[in-house]
Design a protein around this ligand. Sequence first.
Ligand code: SAH
Length: 416
Amino acid sequence: MPNTLHPQLIEWPARGQKPVKLQVSNSALAGLHRGHPWLYAERIKTQSHAGCPGDLAVVFDSKRRFVAVGLYDPCSPIRMRALRIGKPGPIDRAFFAERIAQALERRLPLLHTDTDGYRMIHGESDGLPGLVIDRYATTAVVKLYTHAWLPHLGDCLDCLLEQQPLERIVLRLSRGLQQHPEELHGLADGQIIYGVPLTAPLTCRENGLIFEVDPIHGQKTGFFLDQRDNRAQVEQLAKGKRVLNAFSYSGGFSLAAARGGAREVTSLDQSGPALETARRNFALNAAVPAIAAARHLTIEDDAFKAMAELVKQGRHYELVIIDPPAFAVRRSQIKEALSAYGRLAHLGVSLLAPGGDIVLASCSSPVTPEDFRHTMCAAAARAGRPLMHINETGHALDHPLDFTESRYLKCLFAQA
Ligand code: SAH
């Protein structure tokens, strides 16, 4: 391919030569021994020297025995993310290749479902903390949560490309990284770091449905892959129904409902571009008779305001889906988040035809599944429409849950 960039041609920051040696508090040792890969800065008792982002850091116990080796990041309160715990070993291409192979093998069942949009690497849960890689057909999107990956990314992506042929790789940087531009070595959010530029809209398939994805400007890495299984469930519930999909983004749940035989689907989002994509996604899937037959409406507005308005107008839907953005990222925001979820549940059941189905999702990681369920049930009961036949779901197989902090998604299916 002419003008093809390769990860090895990018000027990544150099790898440090000398590992940083750390001694840490007993509670941090216990955490690492339990397999938790994060080491917070305040848990470090002694440190051999000041390290740079991406230097290897080795933790020893008081008897100088090896505990863990990982990636050091002086810019983050999570000062080290452990890659190997308990047993020493090199952090090199063979190591990355093995972790990637394991992760890809976990996802093999997806390939039988006409799905080429999925998470290939889910950070901590796939043994590569701070690194997320999503695949959209032949494009991969790498999202970094620590600068520490930068010196290792050339090797890591080389290993990925050996196992997974790709046309291009897009780099996305979490907000934390963008706060330290001096550590980015000229790399930018949305930069193509391998392969050819995108010249046409990118699409991927999810259970046979086609979705347009914007990996460069889109939210997350371009699509909300974590809702795949819940969308499949919505498809099973939708036959003959009038559906409201609040916080629809590009219409993931709307398309699933339409293919399931919904007679009318309303996508509600405050983002005009997201709704335009939702409309294009309906057009892209028009070969599916049920989708061509479903009436698709859009409302561009604040969901709280628009739903209150629909209640006032006396509108009713037989299926209501509410999948808002994270209302809490810190523990201090939990109370406010629960109050917002409660308001949405109240509005949702108020818009529900008697005996209708409601789907309520939360991606706020500090909110526990118990608190979320309790708040949703209480709010629905207050509206005089208690939730019944509740079913809770979580993450799909490409978002494994081996790591507690990655347990962010909660989704309730209920009738009211
Ligand atoms: N359900 C979607 C993902 C939702 S992401 C899917 O399956 O793909 C959250 C969406 O909420 C985003 O599209 C964002 O634009 C929208 N949003 C955020 N705050 C909003 C608000 N107050 N009112 C309406 N939409 C909002």
